[in-house]
Design a protein around this ligand. Sequence first.
Ligand code: NAG
Length: 244
Amino acid sequence: MKIVPALLLLVVYSQAAKFPPNFKKCNRKEPDLDKCMKEAAQIGLAQGFKHYPQIGLASFEPLEVSELKIGAGSQSVVNVEQNFKNCKFYGINGAKIDEFKFDLEGKFVKGKGVIPEIKMLCDYELNGKVLLLPIVGTGPSTVILRNINVTLLFDYVEVPKNGKTYLRFTANELTLDPDFVYFNFENLFNGDKQLGDGINNVLNENYKEVYADVKPGYEKGLGLILEQILNNVFSKVSLEEALD
Ligand SMILES: *[C@@H]1O[C@H](CO)[C@@H](O)[C@H](O)[C@H]1NC(C)=O
């Protein structure tokens, strides 16, 4: 008797784990699969302002991230570990995809595009030095990246389960090249406005050097976040359900 509800659950689960109809589905055999996949990815991104719990996808407009640690830079411009919490990222679903390939044989996803703006609102904690000046504080922060050239390469392995093939993404390479970056850390130095404004000005006047130094940290952080999003979806939606 107990077996019946369990079976029902299984059926509901496997039926639910399909892309909803407002996503685009491609056929493996179509002549221009890459073009179809690019459109499917673009449409999928545009759906990012909605929640799709049935496929493990929470809204990423904003994308909420509880914790993001960005290590100190390597060129001693930014000699401080940036600890961010309760982050909200806005703008990712505005990405325009220029190139996209879901390579079923090579088992990787590769893409290239432009994001007009990412706005990142977080609580921060900083204690170190930037451009040789001390920077200490905790409070709300805003980081804005504009006109970002993005490239990504995500490798995956196939995970067979119940006769279907699920995907687990195992490595990612992400590059983020913005043409402009803005920083604002509120409440630096325990709310000393003059010192705080001074440091924010220094950061913004030198945003190129500052960003260049912390770029690998931002790329690694966002890469891991995107990898997790893909893993959430493709541990629920099998390859057989994702493609006709
Ligand atoms: C982004 O790519 C475009 C086209 O390749 C290029 O002209 C521009 O300089 C790039 N921007 C940055 C910030 O790298």
